[in-house]
Design a protein around this ligand. Structure first.
Ligand code: ZN
Length: 499
């Protein structure tokens, strides 16, 4: 066996362990009875430790060295060269972090989650502050271990968005903010122009479920290599390129919840199902970054799922399923209802226009916390001031403000920006696909999503984790990451709806 083959076998074992952990994680959030929680935590910790040890061992380092000499001369974007580049990066990062710090972070975040759940129920940031301080201190230690040139925030961000720096975000998000704030103010003066009451009628669960499945099938989600189940928080998980699962939740009193949730997760799943089979059982068989992943979910949820064209195809099906609610609704009224905008307090309920402002606020606050420029005690006040400046509204309590998201209690700092990056990338990709497929709009209206899926497969999905996110965007669109495309998309769409 060559060194490369031996390395691949070793990485296969790491991939198997991670895949098995994913199955346990999926079960935990779908079917596991509450009594299973303690044992499941042990099982996941054991698999995680074994995978980590297999990756960081001396033997992996030696195989990496040996394999590197075997592949000299291969093109830099070949599977082999990309594999070695990515694995070397993972290997070096993992070895920089002492096992004791990993264990302390695991303990502090599992405790932090419990404290956060109680603090949120009591709506008391003070109750969460000591646990959050501990988590923040550990994240700053982690940043020191990982290393950085400009800001400790870069080291944390890099875990989710490889190659991205805080200074890049400051530039891109600055442009985004300058365009969004006036747009949101403009819409806020015209809120009564769109009525979405038809979406708040009773929609029986079983029919909602079936419709979601129909839409996902139409998009191209392969149920021979996937399935949908229920969970409290919707998610997508992959055990293999050939077993990619999604979950959703159903609200009988609000139609968009399950349907758009399914379209969103379906977008994530199409990405994972579309990775080249040659990358199976390697660390390259996943998305390029969280931002690129979110671009796929947002593209199918919003750019397709909230477009007029899609509803020309899908509304008749919806009307047949819910005739008592929708028989007489005009397509235009339905389109406007699902695109209603309103500045609101809660990120996960935000519309396309206001959503990124929620992210900008979190990015600004967490980067200042990590850099030691903001004291934790002052966070709730800074949150409320930011909400006022960006969205013009202020939460009346911590539960609806600074305590609303689980991320910080889980040690996920540097994660929020990927949501906004996903939105920006989704429009850049979609515009490029439109320019290369002149009939795209007509095909979507007729319910044929194959041209779009094929373009995404070719330009994004098949590559898995081979390229850095910025390289992937550049290769696919010919331009770098920017805010202008997204702003133009929002202005065109919403000035028409609210104009
Ligand atoms: Zn998502």
């Amino acid at each position: 066996m060559t060194k490369l083959e031996q390395l691949k076998e070793r990485l296969g074992v790491v991939t198997d362990l991670n895949g098995a952990a994913s199955v346990l994680g999926w079960d935990q959030q779908t079917y596991m009875p509450p009594g299973g929680a303690a044992a499941r935590a042990e099982q996941l910790a054991t698999l995680g430790r074994l995978a980590h040890e297999a990756l960081i061992s001396e033997e992996t380092g030696e195989l990496l060295e040996g394999a590197s000499t075997e592949v000299t001369g291969l093109p830099s974007d070949s599977d082999e060269m990309c594999l070695l580049r990515v694995v070397r990066r993972d290997f070096e990062r993992a070895r920089k972090v002492p096992a004791t710090l990993v264990a302390e972070i695991a303990r502090a975040t599992s405790l932090g989650m419990e404290v956060w759940i109680r603090a949120r129920a009591e709506s008391s940031f003070t109750a969460f502050q000591p646990a959050f301080q501990r988590i923040l201190d550990l994240q700053r230690q982690l940043a020191q271990c990982l290393g950085f040139e400009e800001s400790p925030y870069d080291a944390l961000l890099d875990q989710y968005e490889p190659g991205m720096k805080k200074s890049d975000l400051v530039r891109i998000f600055g442009e985004l903010k300058a365009g969004l704030v006036p747009l949101v103010q403009w819409v806020a003066e015209r809120l009564d122009r769109v009525d979405d009451s038809i979406l708040h009628r009773k929609y029986p669960e079983a029919s909602q479920w079936e419709l979601g499945i129909e839409a996902a099938k139409a998009f191209g989600y392969d149920f021979q290599r996937g399935r949908q189940d229920k969970s409290v928080h919707p998610f997508t998980t992959s055990f293999s390129i050939n077993d990619v699962r999604i979950t959703t939740r159903v609200d009988e009193q609000f139609l968009p919840s399950a349907l758009f949730g399914t379209l969103h997760e379906c977008g994530h799943a199409l990405y994972e199902q579309g990775i080249s089979q040659t990358l199976e059982r390697t660390p390259l068989a996943s998305g390029a970054s969280l931002g690129v992943h979110e671009s796929q979910s947002r593209l199918w949820e919003n750019l397709v799922g909230r477009s007029r064209g899609f509803w020309r195809f899908f509304l008749p099906q919806l009307q047949r399923t819910f005739p008592e609610n929708l028989q007489s609704v005009a397509p235009e009224s339905f389109y406007r209802a699902i695109n209603r905008v309103e500045p609101s307090l809660i990120r996960v309920e935000a519309d396309e226009v206001t959503y990124n402002l929620h992210i900008l606020l979190r990015f600004e606050l967490e980067s200042r916390l990590v850099e030691g420029k903001l004291d934790l005690a002052a966070l709730p006040e800074a949150w409320n001031a930011g909400m006022k400046a960006l969205l013009g509204i202020v939460p009346s309590n911590d539960a609806q403000g600074v305590l609303q998201d689980v991320h910080w209690s889980n040690g996920l700092i540097g994660y929020f920006p990927t949501y906004a990056l996903g939105n920006l990338i989704s429009v850049q990709l979609f515009e490029k696909a439109q320019s290369e497929i002149p009939s795209l709009a007509a095909r979507i209206e007729s319910g044929d999503f194959q041209p779009l899926l094929g373009w995404l497969r070719q330009n994004v999905h098949q590559h898995g984790r081979k390229h850095l996110p910025s390289e992937l965007v550049e290769r696919a669109t010919g331009t770098g990451l920017r805010a202008s495309s997204y702003l133009r998309y929002l202005r065109e769409k919403y000035s028409e709806i609210y104009g």
